[in-house]
Design a protein around this ligand. Structure first.
Ligand SMILES: Nc1ncnc2c1ncn2[C@@H]1O[C@H](COP(=O)(O)OP(=O)(O)OP(=O)(O)O)[C@@H](O)[C@H]1O
Ligand SMILES: [Mg+2]
Length: 257
């Protein structure tokens, strides 16, 4: 049985897109068949970061104007020795962003049905993982992604407002939908009071009263790469890659459904 993972956060810029891409690639490099989806219709990113254009977008699939096989782009060749690595893109044009932001509740309910049916069409037909990169906060499209997912990866920084918002989402959103969550603390800056991963884990598990799946330092190399390098493929011995591979390992061992 495959897993659907939504990568979400309270605030923007916490590293959801970076984590989604690298986690998808890490799982594919472990031999899993993975499909990565850009469900951030507010600020689509994957088309630019992965330098691919689509003929059909996820917007079209959710609108009901095409089926999912038309949307998926095969990027398996980008990774060496991997399982399948496919992506579904969100349309980054201004027109499409404006159109998506004007959708009403009825349309969103229909879109939820389309997302839910991906489990049958993809997970039951050879994909092991569907990974959803989402918009931050309580956007309708993100709620739909969370409802559809088996596991929500919550990216959090040490920013005070991010922590307060994440705490609320844990209690009032993920718990409400009875979703299993794994928190990833990103952009960690170590100092005397926070010396290592174990310190971060202890301190943040107390703050969130929820399991911490991993802690990732703030790396200048990651920042400099501007999101266009798939670290787990192109920088295999980088500490970021080692941490991502460990997180992928933990997720692969998790029983979620
Ligand atoms: N651990 C890290 N070290 C250094 N830079 C990082 C790290 N994690 C993320 N970044 C950088 O922070 C910026 C934001 O990351 P990213 O776009 O993945 O966040 P996001 O949560 O997807 O943002 P948005 O909410 O706007 O979609 C990017 O420039 C990314 O390279
Ligand atoms: Mg993003």
């Amino acid at each position: 049985m495959g897993k659907i993972i939504a990568v979400h956060s309270y605030k923007g810029g916490t590293g959801k897109t970076l984590l989604s891409v690298n986690l998808a690639a890490a799982l594919a490099r472990k031999g899993r068949n993975v499909c990565l989806f850009d469900l951030d219709f507010r600020a689509p990113s994957l088309s630019a970061l992965l330098k691919v254009k689509a003929e059909y977008w996820l917007n079209d699939y959710l609108n009901g104007t095409c089926e999912i096989d038309k949307v998926l782009i095969n990027l398996t060749g980008r990774l060496s020795n991997s399982g399948k690595f496919f992506v579904g893109l969100a349309n980054p044009t201004t027109e499409a962003i404006r159109e998506m932001s004007a959708k009403d509740r009825r349309w969103e309910m229909h879109a939820l049905g389309r997302l839910l049916s991906l489990r049958n069409s993809l997970l039951n037909n050879g994909f092991d993982y569907l990974i959803f990169d989402t918009s931050p906060g309580l956007q309708y499209s993100s709620i739909n992604a969370i409802v559809t997912a088996d596991l929500v990866l919550v990216a959090s920084t040490f920013d005070k407002s991010d922590i307060e918002g994440t705490k609320r989402m844990l209690r009032e959103l993920y718990d409400l939908f009875e979703k299993k969550t794994g928190i990833i603390i990103n952009k960690v800056l170590y100092d005397e009071s926070l010396r290592n991963t174990e310190d971060v884990r202890k301190s943040m598990e107390q703050t969130y009263q929820s399991p911490i799946l991993g802690a990732i330092p703030c790396f200048c190399d990651v920042s400099k790469a501007k999101g266009t390098i798939i670290f787990v493929e192109e920088k295999r011995s980088h500490p970021f890659t080692k941490i991502l591979n460990k997180i992928a390992e933990k997720i692969d061992e998790m029983k979620v459904n």
